[in-house]
Design a protein around this ligand. Structure first.
Ligand code: ADP
Length: 208
């Protein structure tokens, strides 16, 4: 192993062109295979809460992890997009591409977006499969009744009042996954147990 590290540094000196790191070498050198944890579910189902806790747990285990959520994507990369079906589609397409890049760099990419349409999630999955990268769909499940009760940002109230149009679960559809790799019912599962379930899945599959 030490010989290989020397060889890579040697290749990066100006008189030699750097050789590309193969996916296999990357896994060996970083000690983890990248993948994407794709959290999907209604607004307020618990995606961001679980995603933040999961990222922190993975980093504490010394694993590379990166969280893509509304805060860092909707206000940056995708700030030109709204909530029409076409824009939602493009939003998810870009998140699929970016998470794939992170996964290809041996990082556990965690995405926390409603991603309501099956076809869009299938496109993100296909992108990963084409790159031989694991795509772990996690259905963060909670009934409409319970998310409306939680309503931490008052969005359901506004949607019911017609102030927010095309709101998932109220005036726009949510297509639940049929065969997610993991399903977490946040009405009966604590955040801590949700994180444990996902970390165990990653360990069992030897992705981390
Ligand atoms: P989303 O990202 O799906 O819109 P958030 O994580 O922002 O959802 O909000 C979910 C809300 O539900 C938070 O206020 C959180 O504290 C609460 N909550 C209650 N129980 C759970 C649970 N078991 N898992 C995740 N969130 C929960």
């Amino acid at each position: 192993m030490a010989t290989n590290i020397t060889w890579h540094l040697f290749c990066l000196t100006p008189s030699f062109s750097a050789s590309a790191v193969t996916p296999e070498e990357r896994v060996r050198l970083t000690g983890q295979k990248g993948c994407t944890i794709w959290l999907t579910g209604l607004s307020a189902s618990g995606k961001s809460t679980i995603a933040v806790a999961l990222e922190s747990a993975l980093l504490q285990l010394q694993k590379h992890a990166a969280l893509l959520d509304g805060d860092n994507v909707r206000f940056g990369l995708n700030k030109d997009l709204g909530f029409s079906q076409k824009d939602r589609e493009e939003n998810i397409r870009r998140i699929g591409e970016v998470s794939k890049l992170f996964a290809s760099f041996s990082t556990v990419a965690i995405t926390a977006f409603i991603s309501p349409y099956k076809a869009d999630r299938a496109t993100a999955r296909k992108l990963h499969e084409e790159g031989n990268l694991p795509f772990v769909e996690v259905y963060v499940k909670a009934s409409l009744e319970s998310v409306e009760k939680r309503d931490p940002k008052g969005l359901y109230k506004k949607a019911r009042a017609g102030i927010i149009k095309d709101f998932t679960g109220i005036s726009a559809p949510y297509e639940a996954p049929e065969n997610p790799e993991i399903e977490i019912d946040t009405e009966t599962t604590s955040v801590e147990d949700a994180v444990k379930t996902i970390v165990k899945y990653l360990e069992d599959k030897k992705y981390i």
